[in-house]
Design a protein around this ligand. Structure first.
Ligand SMILES: Cc1cc2nc3c(=O)[nH]c(=O)nc-3n(C[C@H](O)[C@H](O)[C@H](O)COP(=O)(O)OP(=O)(O)OC[C@H]3O[C@@H](n4cnc5c(N)ncnc54)[C@H](O)[C@@H]3O)c2cc1C
Ligand code: SF4
Length: 411
């Protein structure tokens, strides 16, 4: 039976030291939001949620709640924790299209935001509200980043992103779609054209490869490329997925919804990296989990494995000679992602780590003066709430930087 959020709110103990709030990565003031909700002040609660987390309605839908807010509710120690995210989703959904878009007096200063995922949208919203002229540059033909092209529709309806686009437009944010920075236009061109600061929130879009024979065969695909457009892929009846992270779980569940009958998921160690919640849904959909298999190569008939030799901690310490073909029509490799290198290659002095992630200082500034960055492109693949929290800090640092520039110009 669906829970009733008003009953759920009544169960909150209003703890003096709310552990739910402490373990929420963006420190949502959960007990206070619940108090406002109980007083039926839904718009006030929505405002507070949005000010703290402009992606609140999305986080309420896709956060790993079990590891964060509800996983630390004291009521969960002996019984059922308060399902706060259901309350948050109701409030933020009600607020999103009804909020008034008050902007601070216009500052007549231009800011460029590269990428329209949660990090880019967060920076754009905060800076626009503070009176800056914001332009988003987005490589794809729609906004949203991994929220649109990664997380499947059955977990996050894409209509929410159209509502965000309307909000951005109401805030005066300009959006240039189908525009890759690091292609025809580069970061220097943005400075040339008067943007005072630049935010990079370009995420991680290069699938990690296995470096084995067969990865370029027609029956082999990469997880995030598949999720971008599942209906364009003919996977046949049986699918082998290499990897058992959250992306792999989304691949499995999407494949079932696109007609695949049998999904086998392989992990070389003895444990998966996906959350138990995502795994249980994939299992309910019918996915089979097979551990201790090291992939050797991919063939047109399916993947070839050897049994991993594991130590006591479950780490792979060897692979025997004996190999086994697992018949499958298609193979999808889902073993995480890294950033593309277009921006680093096209921007003088922009430095990355050995994995290509952008290096930033404590103020979220990259190695290029005036260029800030946050989200997956800095941390590697994490989550929406982590990208949003980091982007919020970057937006604040960008405003401090621009104010300081003004003061030095006046002195
Ligand atoms: C399949 C999948 C499922 C996930 N499920 C969840 C989940 O359930 N819960 C959760 O919290 N997180 C989930 N995540 C992770 C989450 O989506 C990311 O952590 C988050 O989107 C990162 O935000 P971001 O803004 O840093 O980058 P992205 O969302 O990756 O956005 C980057 C944007 O930049 C654009 N871009 C890139 N390069 C350029 C360029 N040179 N010029 C212009 N534009 C550019 C891209 O097109 C994209 O729109 C999932 C990720 C995937 C792949
Ligand atoms: S932002 Fe995420 S972790 Fe924080 S309270 Fe909301 S759903 Fe929970």
């Amino acid at each position: 039976m669906p829970i009733h959020i008003e009953n759920e709110a009544q169960r909150c103990l209003n703890c003096k030291v709310p552990m739910c709030q402490k373990f929420c990565p963006i420190h949502t003031s959960i007990p206070h939001i619940i108090s406002l909700f109980k007083e039926k002040k839904v718009m006030d609660a929505g405002k507070e949620l949005f000010q703290n987390n402009p992606m609140s309605v999305i986080c309420a839908t896709v956060c790993n709640h079990e590891a964060q807010c509800i996983g630390h509710c004291v009521l969960g120690r002996k019984g059922t924790p308060v399902q706060f995210y259901e309350i948050e989703r109701f409030i933020s959904d009600a607020y999103l299209d009804r909020m008034s878009v008050d902007r601070a007096p216009l500052k007549h200063k231009k800011v460029a935001v590269i990428g329209s995922g949660p990090a880019g949208m967060t920076v754009a919203i905060i800076l626009a509200k503070n009176g800056y002229d914001v332009t988003i540059f987005e490589r794809k033909n729609k906004i949203g980043g991994m929220l649109r092209y990664g997380i499947p529709e059955f977990r996050l309806p894409k209509s929410i992103l159209d509502r965000y686009q309307k909000l951005l437009t109401r805030l005066g944010v300009q959006i240039r779609l189908n525009t890759t920075i690091g292609g025809a236009l580069r970061i220097d061109n943005l400075f040339r054209d008067g943007y005072q600061t630049i935010f990079v929130g370009t995420g991680v879009w290069r699938p990690n490869t296995l470096g084995i024979e067969g990865e370029s065969l027609a029956n082999a695909h990469f997880g995030i490329s598949y999720l971008e457009n599942p209906s364009n892929h003919e996977l046949g009846e049986s699918l082998a997925i290499i990897g058992m992270g959250n992306v792999a779980m989304d691949v499995a569940r999407t494949a079932f919804r696109n007609g695949v009958q049998k999904v086998m998921m392989f992990e070389r160690g003895n444990h998966a990296t996906a959350s138990s919640h995502e795994m249980s849904y994939a299992e309910l959909d019918g996915a089979e989990f097979i551990y201790g298999k090291s992939i050797r190569r991919i063939t047109e008939k399916g993947p070839v494995f050897a049994d991993s030799i594991l130590d006591n901690e479950g780490n792979v310490v060897g692979v025997p000679e004996h190999e086994e073909l697992v018949p499958a029509d298609s193979v999808i490799i889902a073993i995480s992602q890294g950033p593309k290198d277009k921006l680093i290659m096209s921007t003088e002095h922009l430095e990355g780590t050995s994995r290509g992630l952008l290096i930033t200082d404590e103020n979220s500034m990259t190695t290029v003066e005036g260029v800030f960055a946050a989200g997956d492109v800095v941390t590697g693949p994490l989550t929406v709430v982590h990208a949003t929290e980091a982007a919020k800090r970057a937006a604040e640092a960008m405003m401090r930087y621009m104010e300081k520039e003004d003061t030095s110009a006046q002195a």
